[in-house]
Design a protein around this ligand. Sequence first.
Ligand SMILES: [Zn+2]
Length: 148
Amino acid sequence: MTLIRITKKFDFEMAHALMGYDGLCKNIHGHSYKLFVTVTGQPLQDDKSPKNGMVLDFSLLKDIVKKSIIEKYDHSLVLNSNMPESLIKPLKKNYERIILMQSQPTTENIIIEIAKILKSKLPKNVKLFSIRLYETDSSYAEWYASDN
Ligand SMILES: [Zn+2]
């Protein structure tokens, strides 16, 4: 049995604000996020299958992540649901993609959400191995199945 990891990279634009933060990130601002999703599994050994030799067809991985993650977060504004209603209400009224999180919308907490969603969407023959989410070129968070 040979386990192989495969990774696909995605990009999305997202805005957020960190409630109560003691720096510039308390203001609404955006990032160009880079997301790396790594799954592990055995390459299929079946000469008759069009997926022969693959852990998971990259195009299928792309579809799963696009539908469940990118389409949700791309061009959205993610806020802490504990922010005052008087601020959240007009935003929700005037914009389509407002996402409220029960926790602070940091890269760390967003990657926890992404892991939760992806674990439920991946086919049974592969396992989510890790996720890496870049907020900037020099800052990223990682989620590893082995740590959790
Ligand atoms: Zn930020």
